[in-house]
Design a protein around this ligand. Structure first.
Ligand SMILES: [Cu+2]
Length: 328
């Protein structure tokens, strides 16, 4: 989904659309979601819309180094496990010049997501921009493999935001993470996080994240980047990207919440999705990761309906969120 559409929907409760084909009405008219997934004539989505006459699905965000007239430069980073250095890149405009000015979104000019192609080693960080338009952040890799780097940003004056991606290869002994089945429970630091709800392919689904500590509901979740939690969703297989935000209005500074945060998510296809939930308690950011399968036959789910059943507690994926890397 387009970050600009995300902004526009902020006050309405967000629907996270994997496809660019997306109507505001979907948020309140679930029966139209499936219809919206089929090729509509949708003004304002020209860049992501299919070519004229084509009946294929709209391009998903986060699958290209170029979109909306912007291009991601090659990413410089240490090339082996353990080497200390910096991760550096620029966002280039149509003339090939680095973009110097951005519109802040969710309290940052640019959000950087780095994840290994098997879904492990997730990081969500915020690099710094220098006067020449180079973004950089101190960096080292703790595991070998091929990584996807996603830059999520809104250039100043742009109609909407973009999510661009590149791959980076890291030398070392490579051990692929075992494929994970559904994982609805995760632990991050002292916190247990449960994901409740089901993903319906081709439809909108409400997912609820519930945070507890030693069996007690956590009610002191703090605003982080303008929300009580952030969900990054990637499609397993191609890592199509979506940076989802919770339903509800932006929290007041100093407000506390918990133990649940609701998200509305649209999964474009049946299959597995990798979900990463960032939240903050006591000034510390934690990440909990989940795996959910979207059911092909479940498109009729009503997104307005709260999930009724408690999810079974599967084995936690034990993905530590690299909390130290958040750089705030
Ligand atoms: Cu961010």
């Amino acid at each position: 989904m387009h970050p600009a559409a995300r902004l526009g929907l902020y006050g309405l409760g967000l629907v996270a659309a994997f496809g660019a084909a997306f109507l505001v009405a979907d948020a309140v008219a679930p029966e139209r979601v499936v219809e919206a997934q089929s090729p509509p004539d949708e003004p304002g989505h020209g860049h992501h819309a299919r070519a004229a006459g084509s009946a294929g699905p709209a391009a998903l965000p986060g699958l290209s180094l170029e979109a909306d007239g912007y291009r991601l430069s090659p990413v410089e980073a240490p090339d082996a496990v353990g080497a200390e250095g910096e991760l550096r890149f620029s966002v280039l405009d149509a003339a090939g010049e680095p973009v110097l000015e951005y519109t802040e979104e969710h309290e940052r000019d640019l959000h950087l997501i780095v994840v290994r192609e098997d879904g492990s080693e997730f990081r969500h960080v915020h690099p710094e921009l220098d006067a020449e338009g180079t973004w950089s952040i101190p960096w080292s890799w703790s595991a070998a493999g091929t990584y996807r780097v996603f830059a999520d940003f809104v250039p100043a004056g742009a109609e909407r935001g973009s999510t661009l991606t590149r791959t980076v290869s890291v030398a070392g002994d490579f051990e692929p993470a075992p494929a994970r089945d559904e994982a609805r429970s995760a632990r991050s630091g002292p916190y247990d996080v449960e994901l409740v709800g089901d993903l319906a392919a081709g439809g909108s689904s409400t997912l609820t994240v519930e945070v507890s500590r030693d069996g007690e509901a956590v009610t002191t979740m703090q605003p982080y980047l303008g929300a009580f939690g952030h969900l990054v969703a990637l499609r397993d297989g191609d890592l199509a990207y979506l940076h989802v935000h919770p339903e509800g209005a932006e929290p007041e500074p100093g407000a506390l919440s918990g133990p649940t945060v609701d998200f509305a998510v649209e999964a474009p296809t049946p299959g597995r999705y990798l979900l990463y939930f960032d939240f903050q308690v006591d000034g510390e950011v934690h990440t909990a990761s989940f795996v959910l399968s979207a059911d092909a036959g479940a498109a009729a789910h009503d997104p307005g309906e709260a999930p009724a059943e408690e999810a079974p507690a599967d084995e936690a994926p034990a993905e530590d969120g690299h909390d130290d890397d958040h750089g705030h």
